[in-house]
Ligand binder design. Sequence first.
Ligand SMILES: Nc1ncnc2c1ncn2[C@@H]1O[C@H](COP(=O)(O)OP(=O)(O)OP(=O)(O)O)[C@@H](O)[C@H]1O
Length: 332
Amino acid sequence: MVSLVGTFSCSHPNVCTSGRSPYYGNAKSKKSIIRACMAPPKDFTATKYTGSHKAENLRFTKKLEDETDVLIECRDVYKSFGEKHILRGVSFKIRHGEAVGIIGPSGTGKSTILKIMAGLLAPDKGEVFVRGRKRHGLISDEEISGLRIGLVFQSAALFDSLTVRENVGFLLYENSTMPEEQVAELVTETLAAVGLKDVEDRLPSELSGGMKKRVALARSIILDTTKDTIEPEVLLYDEPTAGLDPIASTVVEDLIRSVHMKGEDALGEPGKIASYVVVTHQHSTIKRAVDRLLFLYEGKVVWQGMTHEFSSSTDPIVRQFASGSLDGPIRY
Ligand SMILES: Nc1ncnc2c1ncn2[C@@H]1O[C@H](COP(=O)(O)OP(=O)(O)OP(=O)(O)O)[C@@H](O)[C@H]1O
């Protein structure tokens, strides 16, 4: 299941003037956004990072080579736009419990790979596996992946004419059988989890940039509590701290950590997000919000490693990028 968090616009085919309220789509169209999911395997446990590339499963001490904890895999993915060959054989895996950053020079295809992972764009060649199942085409009604994938766009992409409550509860008003009062309560709880109080009736224009990003985050983590099974969720963040001052960036970085399963939200509850991937240019976000990094350059993953290995890497591409130097293999 894919939740396209922050991708809606009023021209989105899933948003129309029929349905239970003027701005929510009908039951048929909504299926392309939200679909039923399988429960996560019972033997999933958290993974512990040992400071190296390898991770260790706490319960079974499985090695990384074990594939059961791979939530999303991109295998030899290619993507071109016209004559522009952007992705040229990108391969990586996102495992249960991971916090992964994707970095690399501008225009190298970071947002493109995020959209491919989310099922918004199809690769020209190569495969995307979601919990071991090959994705065919884009998001479709028939696809049951057993994984919620949320995409949080750089601009918070809130509906300007809807209140914070309507924005955060959007998918539940649209898709769930929950009464509106219950959705409203859940919205308030979810806003509290990202540290926001008494903003439900405000319009996005009445919020600061940082608050908007928090509202977008709340919208991405709100869950239908009436469902029997809560499926694991991967959140994909596209430059979540872009345009924020350093302190507002820190707030958002800590929020990203707090909604992760290894974190604790503003209410002291464990986060619900199984894994996340952050595309970022900001050093603070690399340091604070992710554990492992993928470096994308000229259409490929040219380096990957733990965050602490990034600054000490002797790889010339990594060194140049980390130092911001004009001298080196990366040419602008
Ligand atoms: N839908 C599209 N149609 C045509 N070209 C596109 C499309 N989407 C992306 N591109 C091009 O593909 C290239 C990679 O874009 P992408 O946004 O993935 O890069 P990025 O690494 O995220 O860049 P940045 O760090 O600057 O945000 C760019 O040259 C962009 O113009």
